[in-house]
Design a protein around this ligand. Structure first.
Ligand SMILES: [Zn+2]
Length: 302
């Protein structure tokens, strides 16, 4: 779904300036202060879990740890739920671990910070759907695309309980933008014919099965957001399409999409020691998150 491209991002409102500073502080906390967080840096992984849990509490919600044992070490997904008047569930997720050798500012400090900011904005609201904000552990290799991912465990437990997850949205690496020519590449050369070659947009990606959800979300995002967007429902074998926690939900029969700046197809510091907080474009990152706030509000009413 190639979109109309407006040349640059719009200025921020006062609320958005506040949002930007929250995002900046939380990326700094996760990637600048805590730093690399994964099973090789287990104390830091748990420090990140504690930080997320206390942030959910400070927002006024009662977080729950969804824990599992991974080869003798306990790992935690952190969930904050707003119980709705309807049984259907919307899951907003972001992984909080970082890949080995990287402080993970953009991947995925950006998604985790967005999750925290969204929780602060929804905590006091009544929703129709049950809305769950979930920070997932162990998205990165060697758990990547396996049944040991935090999101895979979580989605499996949803399935076992009979939860009616209507939509899962994965916030995955959403903070880097560039206006340079040819700053955007694609996993399949054919896609470059249809989509922009400048990495100034936010991407929405789903598998073919999640096409209806993808269209709904993009339509809502374009109604509100002040930043260009592109979207595609693609077969999951195309590299990148399944590369985050939405795949774990597909595997359990639920629709899911990923919001992403496209990570390796744009971000020069992807999975490196240089994925640090200073690399992010906080203005455009903010417009993605403020747009997603509206998307979730509207999605809840559908
Ligand atoms: Zn990631």
């Amino acid at each position: 779904m190639p979109g109309k491209t407006i040349s640059s991002a719009a200025p921020l409102s006062r609320d958005e300036v506040r949002l930007r500073e929250e995002l900046r502080a939380d990326v700094q906390k996760l990637a600048g202060e805590i730093g690399e967080r994964n099973m090789w840096h287990y104390a830091q992984l748990n420090a990140a879990a504690d930080f997320i849990e206390s942030s959910f509490s400070r927002a006024g919600l009662h977080p729950r740890r969804d824990s599992y044992d991974l080869r003798g070490q306990v790992c935690h997904n952190i969930e904050a739920e707003i119980r709705g008047t309807r049984p259907e569930v919307i899951v907003i997720g972001a992984h909080y671990d970082s890949v080995f050798g990287s402080p993970g500012a953009n991947d995925n400090g950006s998604g985790a910070a967005a999750l925290l900011a969204l929780v602060r904005r929804f905590a006091g609201k009544a929703t129709e759907h049950t809305v769950r904000f979930v920070a997932f552990v162990n998205e990165e290799p060697p758990y990547f695309l396996s049944d040991e991912m935090g999101s895979f465990i979580y989605a499996g437990r949803c399935k076992a309980r009979g939860d009616r997850v209507e939509a899962m949205i994965s916030l995955e690496t959403i903070g880097y933008f560039s206006d340079a020519p040819d700053s955007q590449t694609y996993p399949s050369p054919g896609l470059g014919i249809f989509y922009p070659k400048v990495g100034n947009f936010i991407g929405f990606v789903g598998n073919v099965h999640s096409r209806a959800l993808l269209r709904r979300v993009i339509t809502l995002f374009r109604k509100h957001a002040k930043i260009p967007s592109e979207g595609a429902a693609l077969p999951s074998f195309i590299p990148g399409v399944s590369w985050s926690d939405q795949r774990s939900f597909w595997k359990h029969g639920y629709p899911g999409i990923m919001v992403t700046d496209t990570a390796p197809f744009r971000y020069p510091y992807y999975h490196s020691a240089n994925d640090t907080p200073d690399k992010l474009d906080y203005n455009r990152f903010t417009l993605v998150v403020s747009g997603m706030e509206k998307v979730i509000e509207d999605l809840d009413k559908l």
